[in-house]
Design a binder for this molecule. Structure first.
Ligand SMILES: CCCCCCC[C@H](O)CC(=O)SCCNC(=O)CCNC(=O)[C@H](O)C(C)(C)COP(=O)([O-])OP(=O)([O-])OC[C@H]1O[C@@H](n2cnc3c(N)ncnc32)[C@H](O)[C@@H]1OP(=O)([O-])[O-]
Ligand SMILES: NC(=O)c1ccc[n+]([C@@H]2O[C@H](COP(=O)([O-])OP(=O)(O)OC[C@H]3O[C@@H](n4cnc5c(N)ncnc54)[C@H](O)[C@@H]3O)[C@@H](O)[C@H]2O)c1
Length: 310
């Protein structure tokens, strides 16, 4: 108990923690990348946000502005002018680019948050490894892929690791800092210090499937889907049960809709292929059916529940 207290204090988050990393490039301006760019800029980092799509970048800037406004309303509730200054300054620290190579040239740290596809990640990291300065740390926000496998294409394996954020990034306080087989102690320490500097509580994990959170969360969500598929309980009752009986903020099926049923399926299929004998990772016919029908959850307007399209 005593030891846990010490560890908890040691790793407790603080936006005032200093990090040697001042210039961060975030690649992928979608759901996760925009959140990572926001928390970095909020903490005073110079941020370059990259996406192949200028439309995504415009959308990201808009949502970051709106989310910074939410933060300002809370933090500066009696000082609206200071709140406006906070939002303007944070937004001013984010520049956008469509070229990852140009963006890597000025980075101390690159955080990749593009599609969860090994080939696409490999292609990007090869380019980044060639373009980035010697000291630059390369990191992936992958949910389910192996950090060692992603790092296999770069020369700087000692300056490569995992930085796994949670959705929604501005709200979720955890950051999993993943050590690959060849991640150096200096890289690990720099990633931990940076994570704390951007306001997250960091935990450490080896390069094991799903790290800590998803290794527990994916089987939990999958078991909930199987329970529903068997007709053991309604979707609503499964979700109410876990919210009121176990204290979760969302039930498992609501959470599956929130992260996206295609993402759920992608992770499960990838792990099933790698570990075919693990019953927890076996395909789920209902999940496959919903995805085949385009029912992907909140983003498509329907999953286990129906949503108003934004
Ligand atoms: C097979 C499985 C597959 C797994 C996939 C893995 C995916 C991945 O690798 C891991 C994950 O991320 S796993 C997923 C991990 N994620 C989870 O497990 C999430 C679980 N869910 C939750 O924690 C809560 O339901 C939410 C925080 C999402 C919403 O909270 P709520 O109470 O229901 O509703 P509320 O009252 O509206 O909001 C409360 C406060 O949050 C603020 N805010 C909200 N959205 C925001 C945004 N986008 N931006 C900024 N701010 C946002 C809002 O302003 C408010 O602030 P205030 O200070 O109170 O005014
Ligand atoms: N969604 C989640 O809940 C969540 C949580 C934690 C980690 N992750 C991981 O984060 C990563 C991104 O997930 P997301 O949900 O933000 O995806 P997303 O689809 O919202 O965003 C990905 C973005 O990357 C862009 N992109 C694709 N290829 C690119 C390239 N070569 N160069 C630059 N931009 C490129 C796309 O245009 C898109 O805007 C994935 O690896 C995912 O597993 C997701």
């Amino acid at each position: 108990m005593m030891q846990f207290g010490v560890i908890a204090r040691k790793f407790s988050s603080s936006a005032s923690v200093q990090s040697a990393i001042k210039n961060v490039t975030v690649i992928g301006g979608g759901l996760m990348g925009s959140g990572i760019a926001q928390v970095s800029a909020q903490a005073g980092q110079n941020v370059t946000l990259v996406d192949v799509s200028p439309d995504v970048l415009a959308k990201a800037q808009k949502s970051i502005g709106a989310n910074l406004g939410r933060v300002a309303k809370k933090v500066y509730k009696d000082k609206p002018q200071e709140g406006e200054k906070f939002v303007a300054e944070a937004l001013g620290r984010i520049k956008t680019l469509t070229d990852p190579v140009a963006a890597a040239k000025s980075a101390d740290l690159v955080v990749e948050a593009i599609v969860e596809n090994m080939d696409v990640k490999h292609k990007l990291f090869k380019q980044l490894d060639e373009a980035a300065p010697e000291h630059t740390i390369l990191a992936s926000n992958t949910s389910s892929l192996s950090i060692n496998e992603i790092a296999s294409v770069v020369k700087r394996k000692d300056r490569f690791g995992g930085l796994h954020f949670f959705n929604p990034v501005p709200v979720m306080r955890l950051l999993e800092v993943v050590k690959g087989a060849e991640t150096s102690e200096a890289t690990y320490n720099a990633m931990m210090a940076w994570g704390k500097a951007v306001g997250k509580t960091c935990i450490t994990c080896k390069d094991t499937p799903g790290f800590v959170v998803n290794r527990l969360l994916v089987p939990y969500i999958c078991e909930a889907i199987r329970l529903y598929e068997r007709g053991d309980a309604s979707a609503r009752d499964i979700d109410i049960a876990m919210k009121l009986g176990a204290g979760y903020p969302m039930g498992p099926l609501e959470l599956a809709d929130y992260v996206g049923l295609d993402t759920n399926k992608f992770i499960l299929d990838g792990w099933h292929k790698k570990y075919p004998d693990q019953p927890l990772f076996k395909p789920i016919p209902l999940l496959n059916k919903l995805v085949a029908e385009g029912k992907l959850g909140v983003k498509s307007g329907e999953g286990f529940y129906k949503y108003e399209k934004k």
